[in-house]
Ligand binder design. Structure first.
Ligand code: ADP
Length: 383
């Protein structure tokens, strides 16, 4: 059982650089928290402050309601796994796995039981006599994970543990980590710059940029209700499209001179924020822009003509690129289709899931109805 609380945490490095601003987060028991954001946004710094490897410039850190700012890393009952495996090269896998317990002077039988249990769940039983040099990258990383498991710490901290693995192994180990978390239920804080890892593993994501927390929420909430343009662009591949537009009082918006009907619920947002005839940023995900060739049937009210600039076939789906309002816009089509570059196509917007953002602050506009839907989602995800 472990809960963590980060309250108004700031980090200013000795050279005066502020890497983390006002970080607030309540972590519940069994949570799998993923800190995600571009390189340099302050993820590792935050993790290292939780571990006690970096001092906290201001703010409070609680583990199970105990203030631990001044507590030594070794007394925080935390297990860490880093990107680099940091195994002892002269020791066998068994000795690497058991080292933490040996130091704690645990009884030999208990050590053996725990090592075998961890080795079994990580598929390392046949490798216990090998030394790290005789293992593949993936196997070494599994040993590093096993070492954290054997310690049975209250909190697991992981800093990009999969980033040294090749693509296939990364996906496989990601699955193993999810299963392990379901089995052991350790409260975990995991750092990655990879939004797919974050979406698939997190019970709660913390999206960061430039030292600030941009949004905290379940993957579903972050994907469907991004707080601002940054979050909408960072989460999702291809990223959300952003198109400068204006909604007029007749309920239509204009893109490159074409009129597109705005969904009723989305029109509430424009009404409630008094945005008619004012510039806004429309955010629409690639999967919500559909492409029909010119003969295809499409709802005229939400369609416009455009030209294919480029397309890429990805196997199950195809990304089609357009230029709208002078910017590149991507549509994700759910099958493999050959397009002709430069050809005319009709594109249809499903605006029921689109968002409007402020041109100045880039924050998402919302309506009372949308706030209520979001509040309901949050309360469901807490249960
Ligand atoms: P991330 O894990 O998101 O890639 P980090 O937490 O490692 O980012 O770093 C956040 C910022 O703090 C970066 O701009 C980095 O250069 C800076 N930084 C990290 N460590 C130090 C340090 N010891 N002294 C000064 N600045 C640092």
């Amino acid at each position: 059982m472990a809960t963590l609380k980060l309250k108004d945490i700031n980090k200013i490095y000795p050279n005066g650089y502020q890497a983390v601003y006002d970080f607030n987060l309540d972590i519940e028991d069994k949570d799998f928290i993923v800190l995600v954001g571009p390189s340099g946004c302050g993820k590792s710094t935050t993790l290292r402050m939780i571990a006690g490897l970096e001092n906290i410039s201001s703010g409070e850190l609680y583990i199970d309601d105990e203030l631990v700012n001044e507590k030594d890393p070794k007394d925080r009952d935390i297990s860490m796994v880093f990107q680099s495996y940091a195994l002892y090269p002269h020791m066998t896998v068994f000795d690497n796995l058991s080292y933490g317990l040996k130091i704690k002077k645990a009884p030999i039988r208990e050590i053996e039981e725990k090592v075998v249990k961890a080795a079994k769940s990580l598929d390392l039983l046949d490798l216990l006599d090998r030394k790290p040099a005789e293992l593949s990258g993936g196997q070494r990383q599994r040993v590093a994970l096993g070492r954290a498991m054997v310690k049975e710490a209250r909190v697991f901290l992981m800093d990009e543990p999969l980033s040294n693995l090749d693509a296939k192994l990364r996906v496989q180990t990601r699955g193993e980590l999810i299963k392990l978390h379901e089995e052991l239920g350790n409260t975990t804080v995991y750092v990655t710059h990879d939004q797919v890892e974050a979406m698939t593993m997190a019970t709660k994501m913390v999206v960061m940029s430039n030292g600030y927390v941009e949004q905290i929420g379940s993957p579903e909430i972050i994907y469907n209700y991004p707080n601002n343009v940054f979050v909408g662009a960072f989460i999702g591949t291809p990223p959300m499209n952003f198109i400068n537009t204006v909604v007029s009082k007749d309920g239509y918006l204009t893109i490159d001179g074409s009129k597109i009907k705005v969904d009723e619920n989305k029109l509430d947002i424009i009404k409630e924020n008094d945005l008619f005839d004012k510039p806004v940023i429309l955010g629409v995900r690639p999967e919500d822009i559909h492409v029909d060739n010119i003969r295809g049937e499409s709802d005229e009210e939400v369609a416009m003509n455009s030209k294919v600039v480029f397309y890429e076939i990805l196997g199950a789906d195809t990304n089609v690129f357009f230029n709208l309002e002078g910017k590149e816009v991507i549509s994700k089509v759910e099958d493999t289709r050959d397009f002709t570059i430069g050809s005319d196509v009709k594109i249809c917007f499903d605006l029921s899931k689109a968002h409007f953002f402020d041109v100045e602050t880039t924050n998402r506009y919302t309506s009372k109805k949308e706030d209520k839907a979001l509040a309901d989602l949050i309360s469901i995800s807490r249960k």
